[in-house]
Write a protein that binds this ligand. Structure first.
Ligand code: HEC
Length: 167
């Protein structure tokens, strides 16, 4: 069983994104803005949750860690997150950290599809995961440029999908 899962997980990996090529030494694989975005991603601590080769998928975190993610709307059963499965109160609002691989193709974002664009998703991260009041629009643009370099290949061909709208 474990082997079967491991084999299955290998098929999920979509290698050879521009970012992977950059990490392997191809300086021209990504833009200067994307490189700045990657530095920012590390500096801000995004990788503490979006970690590992898939840049996510390894832990469950509180959607409302640093602010009221659900402000302005009624909560639904789906907002309970992991608690719906574990039945533990301490797991309320905990969600699996999504992988950022191919993220420009996986919109809408968040468990409740409350972000349509990468800009909106990053804005939520600033408020609810990092606890920042202010948003630096230039930083958001650099992070978007970086996230767009994470689209890889599946069976040797670019991963297919509709690119998310821009804000
Ligand atoms: C403390 C943990 C944590 C940190 C730090 C964090 N994230 Fe997230 N991120 C999450 C969780 C949890 C979700 C899913 C929330 C949900 O489903 O409601 C998420 C969702 C996202 C999504 C949407 C992906 C999708 O497919 O829905 C993007 C994009 C994203 N994060 C980027 C970032 C960036 C960029 C940073 C740094 C500025 C960052 N995250 C910092 C935990 C974190």
């Amino acid at each position: 069983m474990t082997n079967a899962i491991a084999e299955y997980e290998k098929t999920l990996i979509t290698p050879n994104s521009p970012f992977d090529r950059y990490l392997k030494g191809d300086e021209n694989a990504i833009s200067e803005n994307a490189k700045k975005g990657y530095k920012l991603f590390l500096k801000l601590g995004c990788q503490t949750c979006h970690t590992g080769p898939a840049m996510g998928g390894q832990s469950f975190e509180y959607a409302d860690l640093k602010g009221d993610f659900f402000a302005g709307r009624a909560k639904t059963n789906d907002d309970n997150g992991l608690m719906n499965f574990s039945k533990k109160e301490s797991d309320r609002h905990r969600f699996r950290v999504p992988t950022l691989r191919n993220v420009e193709l996986t919109w809408p974002y968040m468990h409740d599809a409350s972000a349509q664009t990468l800009e909106e998703a990053i804005t939520k991260m600033y408020h609810y995961q990092l606890g920042y009041d202010k948003l630096d629009k230039k930083e958001v643009r650099l992070l978007v440029a970086f996230l767009k370099t994470l689209t890889g290949e599946y069976n040797g061909k670019p991963v297919q999908g509709e690119v998310c709208p821009a804000s």
